[in-house]
Design a protein around this ligand. Structure first.
Ligand SMILES: Cc1cc2nc3c(=O)[nH]c(=O)nc-3n(C[C@H](O)[C@H](O)[C@H](O)COP(=O)(O)OP(=O)(O)OC[C@H]3O[C@@H](n4cnc5c(N)ncnc54)[C@H](O)[C@@H]3O)c2cc1C
Length: 405
């Protein structure tokens, strides 16, 4: 069994694989699920360790092709986090009679994995939910569908895809796996506590969007809508990402799963066929393609992924991998664990969460001044001249030395 819990990403492959049902998942003090073994049921077969994707990690890969892409259906693109490419892929599988797995909200606004067999069913999966989704027993049910010969598209975080592959231990021709570039997943219990403080009765909510595009894709909003029956003066909350408390804490990495700070599935190690993301920086790479309504970054990692992607009716342009990485550091690197994370988890059970997040996610006066000065310097003509001079000096070939290629 994985001995160092900080590496466990809670994919539940061990729990679903155990023939003796000796493993159950228990929530820890931070609200993340970790495996727990019932020693009286365990026969020490070692299967859980053998298949653990945090121990047996995949290999680093480079994508075969990289695209900036949009779903031509403007309504779907508006409802999606980036360019709506997930829905195009998913519709393709459903139209072939297949099954699509993704993350959705349940009736209590918790995030859970489930499957859909109709295009209408895909609506619940659309849009990023910035909470670790509970994978449940979806690896098992996906295997059942695969064995009956149905096409299965399984979407999830890179670690969930690594978990599925570890669970299956076999390649299926009828399986297509789609992950996304992942910043990290927040604690489900932090999300629950935040929502309960924000809204008296979560059953009055009719929709939640972490990526509402009403004012644009780059400055997206966190939005909650209430059902008309709710006794509310204001039937909606819409706050830009730099104003909303939960988003500020998420983007300052206050409550991500510990394994996200040293993610074992980065650099396409999950084994997925296709990786999707926001094409951040598209305004520099392909300015004419950017309309601030959302552009997906699509990385095709396998021949199977390429075969399906080539069949889609999409609007796309091929780009370089390094252009994509320039605007999206989390493709290759995990985010650092800030010192304030420990402070947050020391206090979050004892205090109201909204003021706590606001306090920890706000920079001190000195830090704000430093950040502003750094930004101004970066844009100043003197700094640009300094960089130019440095580049010239660094490329001058000293006598008797060879420059590296
Ligand atoms: C926690 C999280 C962190 C992310 N971090 C980054 C990042 O750092 N950089 C970046 O470029 N993109 C990131 N993304 C991906 C990005 O937000 C979009 O999901 C991606 O661009 C696909 O968008 P789309 O328009 O094609 O489709 P959408 O319709 O927006 O895609 C939805 C897909 O995401 C899945 N999904 C949604 N929430 C979850 C969840 N909690 N767990 C598992 N699967 C989920 C759905 O099942 C579906 O497959 C992140 C997404 C999530 C959920």
């Amino acid at each position: 069994m994985i001995s160092d819990f900080k590496n466990c990403f809670g994919c539940r492959a061990c729990e679903q694989k155990c023939n003796k049902n000796a493993i159950t998942m228990q929530s820890n003090s931070e609200g993340f699920l970790y495996p727990s073994i019932d020693e009286s049921l365990c026969n020490k077969c070692g299967l859980c360790e053998k298949i653990c994707p945090a121990i047996e990690q995949g290999s680093e890969r480079m994508p075969l092709k990289v695209y900036a892409a949009k779903n031509p259906n403007e309504e779907i693109r508006q409802q999606s986090s980036s360019g709506g490419i997930f829905t195009l892929l998913a519709e393709h599988i459903i139209n072939k009679g297949g099954v699509v797995y993704g993350a959705k909200f349940n009736e209590n606004w918790e995030v859970v994995h489930d499957y859909a067999e109709t295009t209408e069913g895909l609506a619940a999966f659309r849009g990023s939910k910035y909470v670790q989704s509970n994978i449940g027993d979806t690896y098992k049910t996906a295997k059942d569908f695969l064995q009956t010969g149905r096409d299965v598209l399984f979407s999830g975080t890179p670690c969930q895809i690594a978990g599925l592959k570890a669970f299956l231990q076999k390649d299926y021709d009828n399986l297509i796996t789609v992950d996304f570039v992942c910043h990290g997943v927040p604690s489900p219990l932090v999300w629950k506590k935040y929502l309960n403080e924000l809204i008296d009765n979560v059953h009055h909510i009719s929709s939640i969007k972490f990526r509402d595009k009403s004012i644009g894709w780059k400055i997206f909003c966190f939005a909650v809508h209430f059902s008309p029956s709710a006794d509310k003066n204001n039937l909606q909350i819409i706050e830009p990402l730099n104003i909303n408390t939960y988003m500020k804490g998420f983007l300052r990495d206050l409550y991500l799963r510990p394994s996200c700070h040293n993610c074992p599935a980065k650099k396409l190690k999950s084994g997925s066929d296709i990786t999707i993301a926001d094409y951040w920086g598209i305004q520099k790479v392909l300015p004419e393609f950017d309309d601030d309504k959302g552009v997906s970054l699509v990385m095709i990692n396998t021949e199977r992924g390429k075969k399906i992607y080539d069949l889609l009716n999409k609007d796309d342009k091929e780009t370089a991998y390094y252009d994509a990485c320039a605007g999206n550091s989390t493709i290759e690197k995990s985010v650092l664990m800030p010192k304030k994370r420990a402070v947050f988890f020391e206090r979050w059970q004892k205090e109201s969460i909204i003021p706590l997040i606001n306090k920890l996610a706000t920079d001190s006066f000195v830090r704000r001044v430093l950040r502003k000065t750094k930004k101004m310097l970066r844009h100043s003509i003197f700094f640009k001249l300094f960089l130019l001079m440095r580049n010239i000096l660094c490329t001058v070939k000293p006598k008797g030395t060879k420059l590296k290629p």
